[in-house]
Design a protein around this ligand. Structure first.
Ligand code: GLC
Length: 570
């Protein structure tokens, strides 16, 4: 952390801890496979990202988070890393990363990279060495190998299931050709879990952190940050039927909070925290306010806040917010809970509505009934959500989120109002959840379809050719960025306005003061000089006094229709 003193006598030195930009930042998630393709092979790449950074500067974001672009066999779209310190040729080279980062910094955009420390790819040389070295070797100790149960070790060491479906264990063939030990993989069988009790593993990851910090990365989004330590003895565990696959509750209903004592022996184990304290010390050796952001699917929010205590990470994703259904009481409650939980440890709250693992909120917010199980990693097959209702609610929800104090995460394409693509041909699907559940869970491909930049171009301007690793739907022509640019009623212009006003009014640093009396379905508060009114119900209401600064739908007079958010000058 940068410490600046101002030549004041030692006893009265003021210490400034850098800008702490992350407390209010709007961070835009780029999914490199699907953002922009520079060479026409149908797969996004780093040069493509760099060429499109001016559009993100114009949008008004503070930082980008890049999902993995490291060397990888791509069995889980890059979350299966075979070399933590190199770029996969699919995406470019280390020089391309340096160039992207320099351009981003010149545009005033910080760059956060993704760190995947719970598991590597089975192609990683460390895992290959573990396979070759055999049972009892130091190399096997870097991962979680165990003998099987049963007379011949033919049964898995315990009953754990993979987040992607099926067993969390795979048996290996030993060098002599006989079936041997089993290794743990909380995700795909191509993603063996590290044993984080190993000092060797810890040392390797300190080096990985330094590798990217030395190259100027502004921080890390830490994948599966609640999963790295497993309970001693690896006891059997059967998750509750309604539990989210990554650990949190599937849907947050008012009054329902998962029992932390019932936490799986592979999620949220207390031992994870010393890892982050150690990493924090590494980051603090570097100037410039570098950050750690946790992907920790943990319930309730007061538990999530443990990841962002002052000597641990800086931010944790607020998945409780993402999982909250569209409705006044639930939203007010989760906002209160979030602000209370994070401020109790001196951290900013974060807010998020979409990412590369969940149904895009322009579709999710219109899901009903059984389809609500479409939350969480590897959603179950969803029916066709009402696109008009979904987009309207998404615009209202985004306008509400961007008025909240703290830091917000955006997922590429939400600023265009992109829906989930629910009708991908099965032959195009790549998500391991689809394969590991025999199609019972359709997985996450539907939120990962390459972006539309130019409505009338091949691949909608994603790249210079018609190629796209997932087929793009015809609606991309209407939702393309160039079609929305400059159109005041477009979702793109709504996001730009919200981000500009958010900055001008300092909303990220503000606080929430509830405004009651507008009805149960209405979420209304004042944050500094702005009053925000989000009507989640069907019936119109009359807006309180104040000049309208922003509205998620066109307004007539002082009437705020259902599923609409307005910002007023307070
Ligand atoms: C995280 C990622 C997800 C990935 C999984 C395994 O949840 O966000 O995309 O599949 O971890 O790395």
């Amino acid at each position: 952390m940068e410490a600046l003193s101002f030549g004041i006598p030692c006893s009265k030195v003021f210490v400034m801890t850098g800008s702490e930009w992350w407390r209010t930042a709007v961070i835009y998630q780029i999914y490199p496979r699907s953002f922009a393709d520079s060479n026409g092979d149908g797969m996004g790449d780093l040069a493509g990202i760099e060429s499109r950074l001016p559009a993100l500067r114009d949008l008004g974001i503070d930082a980008i988070w890049l999902s993995p672009f490291y060397t990888s066999p791509q069995r889980d779209a890059g979350y299966d890393v075979a070399d933590y310190c190199d770029v996969d040729p699919l995406f470019g080279t280390l020089d391309d990363f340096a160039s992207l980062q320099a351009t981003a910094h010149n545009l005033g955009i910080r760059v956060i990279v993704d760190l995947v420390p719970n598991h590597s790819s089975s192609d990683h040389p460390w895992f290959q060495a573990a396979l070759a070295a055999g049972p009892g070797s130091a190399e096997r100790g870097h991962y979680i190998f165990r003998d099987g149960k049963g007379v011949n070790g033919q049964l898995p060491p315990n009953n754990w299931e993979s987040v992607f479906g099926g067993l969390a264990w795979t048996r290996v063939m030993e060098a002599d050709g006989t079936p041997g030990q089993w290794y743990l993989h909380l995700f795909d069988s191509s993603q063996p879990d590290f044993d984080w009790q190993s000092p060797w593993v810890r040392e390797q990851f300190r080096d990985v952190l330094r590798f990217w910090l030395d190259r100027g990365a502004d921080g890390f989004r830490v994948d599966v940050a609640h999963g790295m330590i497993k309970a001693a003895g690896l006891p059997d565990y059967t998750p509750p039927a309604d539990g989210g696959s990554m650990g949190g509750a599937t849907v947050l209903e008012p009054g329902v909070v998962a029992d932390p004592a019932a936490t799986a022996p592979y999620w949220a184990q207390p031992g994870v925290h010393e890892i982050y304290r150690d990493w924090r010390l590494v980051l603090d050796e570097y100037p410039g306010d570098r950050i750690l952001a946790a992907e920790a699917w943990v319930d309730p929010l007061s538990h999530v806040a443990e990841w962002v205590r002052p000597d641990e990470m800086h931010q944790a994703f607020n998945f409780a917010y993402l999982e909250t259904l569209w409705g006044g009481p639930a939203l007010r409650r989760v906002i209160d809970d979030s602000l209370a939980a994070f401020s109790a440890v001196g951290a900013p709250s974060t807010w998020v509505l979409s990412n590369h693992d969940v149904v895009r909120h322009a579709s999710r917010l219109a899901l009903t009934g059984d389809n609500l199980q479409g939350h969480g990693i590897g959603p179950k097959t969803v029916g066709l959500p009402d696109a008009v209702v979904g987009l309207r609610r998404a615009r209202a929800a985004s306008a509400l989120m961007l008025a909240l104090p703290g830091s917000s995460y955006l997922y590429q394409g939400e600023e265009l109002g992109l829906p989930e693509v629910v009708d991908l041909p099965d032959s195009a699907r790549e998500d391991p959840t689809w394969f590991r559940t025999n199609g019972e869970r359709y997985g996450r491909d539907g939120c990962r379809v390459p972006l539309p930049w130019v409505g009338s171009a091949p691949s909608y301007g994603f790249g210079p050719t018609a190629a796209s690793w997932l087929p793009q739907p015809a609606i991309w022509g209407e939702l393309a960025r160039d079609v929305q640019e400059g159109v005041p009623t477009s979702t793109l212009e709504l996001y730009k306005l919200a981000l500009r006003l958010r900055r001008e009014h300092g909303l990220g640093l503000g606080s929430v003061s509830w405004l009651n009396g507008l009805g149960d379905a209405v979420v209304a508060f004042t944050n500094g000089s702005v009053t925000v009114v989000a009507n989640t119900g069907a019936a119109s209401i009359t807006l309180p006094a104040g000049e309208v600064l922003l509205a998620s739908e066109p307004l007539t007079g002082r009437t705020l229709p259902g599923d609409t958010t307005a910002w007023l000058r307070a």
